[in-house]
Structure formats: C-alpha cells, structure tokens
Write a protein that binds this ligand. Structure first.
Ligand SMILES: [Zn+2]
Length: 216
C-alpha cells in the first residue's frame, strides 16, 4: 500500500493538479521538495522565469520524479529499468488520496528572489474532496481547516549555488551515480567515448561500490 497524495502547483493565474501513488507523508516529501527546488533551478539555468510558471514547474516535477524512480532502480540491479515510470502524474480523474501538498509559486515572470511555499496536509476522510479541490483552485486557503490538518509548512528558494552536485556539470538531482567525486549519469554517458574520461571512470569504478553494482 502506498501513501497516495494530491499535489497542486499553483500561482494566482493557474493551478496544475498532480497525483502521487507512494510516500506522500511529510518525512519523504519535505526532502523531496527541497532537492526538487535545486533540481528545478539547475534545469532552468538563466531562464529563472520558468520557475514562476505552474505548467513548467509541474513538468519539471514529473521529470524529477522519474529520476527519483530511476535512481532507486539503478541501486537494485535485479529490477532493471523496465516497467519504470514517474510515480507522479496528472491527477485526471483519480480520486484516491490521504495527503494533500500545495506548492505555491510566485506570479509569472519574476526573475530574482523567487521563493516557493510548500504546505502538506492530511485529508479528513469525512470531508468533501471535490469541495476541497474547488477551494484550492480558487485560492480560498481559509477554508482548508474544514478538510485538512496541516502536517508541514516551509519556504524554499529554488537555487543551485550550494555545490555538492555533479563535479562536471553541477547537476544536483537523484542521478548522481558516483559519489566521490560526485558525477552524474548524464556526464558519464556523454563522455564515455573520451579516452581520458574512460580511464577516469575505470579508476573511479575501482573505488565506488555503487557504480560497480550498476555495471555488474
Ligand atoms: Zn554531470
């Protein structure tokens, strides 16, 4: 059984509704959103305004979620990459959830000092889910206590300037597959034909148990 949840990416002009099957409790989702903020900042690069469009942020969130799934798969060799898909998807007509997460982003085209606000809630099962969704869409936040109990609230700045990402490209997401020094799977694939890089990878493979597992 997963902990299913609805996830809303919202600003004052639009709301994108998503749904996740597994692990939408706070212990998983708080670090998930914090790493996602770095990942999205890295994806956007100098196009900072992308971080203010709910449609773009939702697309990046699904891409990030897929990388979380792939990273888990890569750590368990026997599972492989078959039958892997993002666990986060457009909600559509799915009506099955315990948790609700709202990611409020600034109104469009702001390019500096962007701050996202994240709030997580447990849904009260006797409440009306469709009414709740209407109020979220309309921004009637004062009504939330009728439907939900707050479990987490924090602000996060989508910035990728703290280091710790891939040594070669700065990528800060889940697909760092060599840990010391950190190298992402994209740089690994991109540079496989480079003799110097190949020699470096062979050297790293000898000291990094993670990648040894992957290539075994
Ligand atoms: Zn890289």
């Amino acid at each position: 059984m997963g902990t299913r949840g609805e996830i809303y990416v919202r600003n004052s002009s639009s709301v994108i509704e998503l749904w996740r099957h597994y692990d939408t409790y706070a212990n998983f989702m708080v670090p998930y959103f914090k790493v996602f903020a770095k990942y999205a900042a890295w994806c956007a690069g100098s196009q900072r305004h992308w971080l203010t469009y709910p449609e773009d942020v939702a697309a990046m969130l699904i891409a990030y979620d897929y990388e979380v799934v792939l990273a888990t798969r890569l750590r368990f060799v026997s599972k492989g990459l078959l039958e892997a898909r993002p666990d986060l998807k457009p909600r559509g007509r799915i009506n099955d959830f315990e948790k609700v997460w709202i990611l409020d982003i600034p109104d469009e085209n702001q390019t500096c000092d962007i701050t996202w606000k994240v709030r997580g809630f447990s849904f009260k099962f006797q409440a009306d889910a469709e009414e709740m969704r209407e109020d979220i869409r309309k921004g009637k936040d004062a009504m939330f206590e009728n439907y939900m109990e707050k479990i987490a609230e924090f602000s996060v700045k989508p910035l990728n300037d703290e280091g710790g990402g891939c040594r070669l490209c700065g990528y800060p997401g889940p697909l760092i597959i060599v840990e010391d020094p950190p190298v992402c799977i994209y740089c690994l694939l991109k540079n496989l034909r480079d003799d110097f890089f190949k020699a470096e990878i062979e050297r790293i493979v000898k000291v990094a148990p993670l990648i040894t597992q992957i290539t075994r």
